[in-house]
Ligand binder design. Structure first.
Ligand code: UDP
Length: 385
């Protein structure tokens, strides 16, 4: 059955599709199996039919990168709009700019601090914590923005998002967000940023559209009744596995903790619900973390959108059960210990390559998944398939 295939890719998110595309481009035959009924992993999006608005089914995906090779690569499949991501945060009935910048600080303290004055204030409010020696999310968050801003914008949002004490979360989760002592409120620092002009699904489909790539939807690697299953594939054909690493080993070293998301979508009879794509809700009395309003991701499509309706999506976070879609690795110290054991088992698997957010248990953004797939292809697979 594998005689026709040089490579089996399990999962069709950005990591899996990048490997499949590179291999196909280099003349190899690739089978991609996907458990869901569509490709693209959580980047998948659809046009909501009554409003004509593109909805990111698994939460908002914003593409950004400073990696030239990744940027060149993704531009083979799609052009990008000049969208620049900005996020606001509604705290105690007032709207503040994110990520924390001089505007946020001056709004919060009702002041007109200069950059140096604000820096001195935050340093004082950080107390004994500093960024270089911070050991976890809590210490790093306070070191970065001081205690009052941490309490207002991070503490409860993070409690909702992770349900894990911030002392147990890694500090690099909080340093995903820049802190700036000027009025720049771009959410990302990267050189390149934008949204795929004709949508995520068109981009993803172009990656998979190659005569050497065969995609099998609704096909679960762990279902032994379908031909591309784990028992019959491993050892017979190189496998790029992008599902959850703990699932691959049947949770032998313990289940890793993952967060999943629930979304509540509503079509509202208003032209504009919140005036911006993403509004965060960092207060404890609001059960969701943020609201997405999708029409604002593509202002250039205004004429294709319903003028008097909008689509919003409230986002709720919770621990994932085994049947839920894993979204975010929690990465506590227990998780990291189990992960080390899984990694030892992974290197012993014959020609199985683990990749992507789920396969590595790393909080990878899209550009990082694509970048690491390009590296795996170049450094290992290109000469070994
Ligand atoms: N975060 C927060 N308040 C916010 C935004 C982010 O406390 O208003 C924290 C939270 O712990 C979150 C992390 O920063 O999980 C990373 O935020 P990001 O917006 O990068 O998360 P993503 O969009 O990947 O869910």
């Amino acid at each position: 059955m594998f005689s026709m295939s040089d490579l089996l890719v399990v999962g069709s998110g950005f990591f899996g599709l990048t490997i499949a595309e590179r291999a196909a481009h280099a003349g190899r035959k690739v089978t991609v199996i996907e458990r869901r009924s569509h490709i693209g992993g959580n980047a998948y999006s659809e046009i909501e039919p009554t409003t004509g608005i593109e909805v990111h089914r698994y939460g908002a995906h914003l593409f950004h990168t400073s990696n030239e090779a990744v940027w060149d690569y993704v531009n083979r499949f799609t052009t990008f709009t000049n969208y620049t991501h900005r996020v606001y945060s509604t705290h105690a009935g007032r709207v503040f700019a994110l990520p924390v910048n001089l505007h946020t600080i001056n709004q919060f303290f009702d002041a007109a601090y200069t950059p140096d004055e604000a820096r001195a204030l935050i340093r004082e409010q950080a107390g004994e914590y500093n960024v270089a020696s911070a050991r976890n999310f809590y210490e790093k968050g306070i070191a970065l923005v001081g205690r009052p801003l941490f309490e207002a914008f991070f503490a409860h949002y993070t409690a909702k998002q992770w349900q894990t004490s911030p002392e147990k979360l890694p500090g690099d989760i909080v340093s995903r967000l820049p802190v700036r002592y000027n009025y720049d409120n771009r959410y990302f620092n990267d050189t390149y940023e934008g949204l795929p002009t004709d949508g995520y699904t068109a981009w993803i489909e172009r990656m998979a559209d190659h005569p050497n790539i065969e995609v099998r939807l609704n096909t679960d690697f762990f279902d032994s009744t379908q031909p591309w299953n784990k028992e019959s594939a491993v050892g017979q054909v190189p496998v790029v596995y992008t599902g959850p690493v703990d699932r691959y080993f049947d949770y032998s070293e313990g289940a890793l903790s993952w967060r999943t998301l629930d979304f509540e979508q509503e079509i509202l009879p208003v032209r504009d619900f919140q005036g911006t794509p993403v509004m965060n809700y960092p207060d404890a009395d609001v059960p969701y973390t943020r609201i997405h309003e999708f029409k604002h991701f593509h202002p250039e499509r205004a004429t294709a959108h319903s003028a008097d309706q909008t689509v919003i999506m409230r986002e709720f976070s919770r621990f994932a059960d085994r049947d839920d879609e894993p979204y975010y690795p929690v990465n506590t110290s227990d998780d990291r210990a189990a992960l080390l054991s899984y990694r030892q088992r992974a290197v012993a698997e014959p020609k199985v390559y683990f990749g992507g957010r789920l396969g590595t248990y790393k909080y990878l953004d899209m550009h990082m998944a694509i970048g690491s797939a390009l590296t795996l292809w170049r450094n290992e697979l290109v000469d070994s398939l």
